[in-house]
Write a protein that binds this ligand. Structure first.
Ligand code: DAH
Length: 338
């Protein structure tokens, strides 16, 4: 009996199994031969012999099934290769790393978080009202040309994004639309940053991409002043670029802020861009018309707002001269940020 067991245990592959199976239950097999002898037995002994043979057949089939299961298991193991322990640290520090843009986004949100800002979100598919009108930029406003916007065809249906009948859907050209959503969702005081993807009909070159990212900031409270704007943004700049970074607010124009500014920075150790004034964001105090559009009393509340390009900051921090590196998925580029 132990010989049989050893023979069974030695079967490792399907061809070996087929040979074994043929020896037992094939047309010249053992079991088949025994079955044939029943005919020659005296009539009285046939039922008992038949029973015995059936039992043997059952047992043989169980053994076949066992062998097959074992073979299948080892075939699967061979396919899967070495067993892995997913709880072990990765041997490659690149595995599971965050994209450089995500790293910078998180760092930026973290800095504003320390100043009490929470993260707000809004959709990438927007309506004209959220992206422009509510931000004090009506259809005929020249500022609308500043942002070459990607519109959807007039008959587009987006069931989960309600809009007025005569409005178009668009891909948001800036994250400022989230200011409006945040103010409609939360009564002041409020303090939010909204990181997200934006889209413009930009021709793609070293510094422009049709798809890029911004972080919007909005702080609404009683008596928010220019001094708050300057100190929030100064804190941000020094956290990112170091304490030697200088900042300046240069008068500018945005329809949704009054007054409006561009913030420039000058940093001593920024490679080829050292010690030069570099524009890094738009900002200002929330225009009273924007408050009126979302039902906030501009006599009682005031606010500051800013919008920062995430790619711009990442390029300055890392000395990257071409925005297209971020989207090319070139491992030689990405590995540098592991
Ligand atoms: N939305 C502007 C842009 O994309 C940037 C901006 C400027 C945002 C001033 C603001 C702001 O919140 O106050 O060009």
């Amino acid at each position: 009996m132990s010989e049989v067991k050893a023979a069974v245990a030695s079967i490792k592959t399907r061809p070996e199994f087929e040979v074994f199976k043929a020896k037992i239950s094939g047309s010249n097999g053992l079991l088949t031969a025994v079955k044939k002898t029943i005919g020659k037995l005296p009539q009285a002994e046939k039922p008992a012999a038949g029973k015995l043979i059936n039992r043997a057949k059952q047992q043989v089939e169980e053994v076949f099934a066992e062998i097959l299961a074992r073979i299948e298991k080892s075939e699967l193991a061979a396919k899967l290769g070495e067993p892995i322990d997913p709880t072990l640290p990765s041997p490659d520090d690149f595995a599971g790393m965050r994209h450089p843009l995500s790293q910078i986004r998180e760092e930026m949100c973290g800095i504003f978080h320390r100043l009490g800002f929470t993260v707000a979100e809004g959709p990438e598919l927007e309506t004209e009202w959220f992206c422009f009108d509510a931000l004090n930029t009506p259809a005929n406003h020249p500022a609308r040309d500043m942002q070459d916007t990607l519109f959807f065809p007039a008959d587009t249906i987006a069931a989960d994004a309600p809009k007025h009948a005569d409005e178009a859907y668009l891909l948001r050209s800036h994250t400022s639309s989230v200011q409006i959503r945040a103010m409609l969702a939360t009564k002041p005081p409020l303090r939010v940053v909204a990181p997200g993807r934006c889209f413009r009909r930009d021709t793609v070159d070293a510094t422009h991409s049709a798809n890029f990212h911004q972080i919007e900031g909005l702080w609404v409270d009683e008596n928010v002043t220019l001094r708050d704007l300057k100190s929030v943004l100064d804190f941000f700049v020094r956290e990112v670029f170091g304490h030697a970074a200088e900042t300046r607010l240069r008068p500018s124009f945005f329809p949704f802020t009054e007054p409006s500014f561009e913030m420039d920075i000058r940093v001593p150790n920024l490679g080829a861009l050292s010690n030069r004034w570099l524009e890094i964001m738009g900002c200002g105090l929330v225009d009273p018309k924007v408050f009126e559009n979302v039902g906030i009393d501009p006599e009682k509340w005031s606010g500051l707002a800013f919008g920062i390009g995430i790619e711009r900051i990442a390029m300055l921090v890392h000395g990257i001269d071409d925005i297209r590196h971020f989207y090319a998925n070139d491992l030689r580029f990405l590995r540098q940020f592991a």
